[in-house]
Write a protein that binds this ligand. Structure first.
Ligand code: FES
Length: 75
């Protein structure tokens, strides 16, 4: 499962939807311009790199773009 977020500037980010900590729903997490915060224990990951900001395992980051109204994952 992949979570896709649209940032305030309109750009898209796509990351693993399942939190590597205890399986929380990252797709339901709060975001700002650079991080997603898991709703279960509030650990944060960088949306661009997937790196944890709290010492957890990284999350996968996927290329995502929009083309004529369709969201496309992959290169
Ligand atoms: S399950 Fe996501 S931070 Fe714990």
């Amino acid at each position: 499962m992949i979570a896709v977020f649209r940032l305030r500037d309109g750009s898209l980010r796509a990351v693993s939807a399942v939190c590597p900590h205890k399986g929380g729903p990252l797709a339901d997490g709060q975001i700002d311009n650079s991080i997603v915060v898991c709703p279960l224990h509030l650990f944060a990951w960088d949306l661009a790199t997937g790196c944890s900001q709290s010492g957890q395992a990284p999350i996968n980051v996927y290329p995502v773009r929009e083309d004529e109204g369709q969201i496309l994952l992959g290169e």
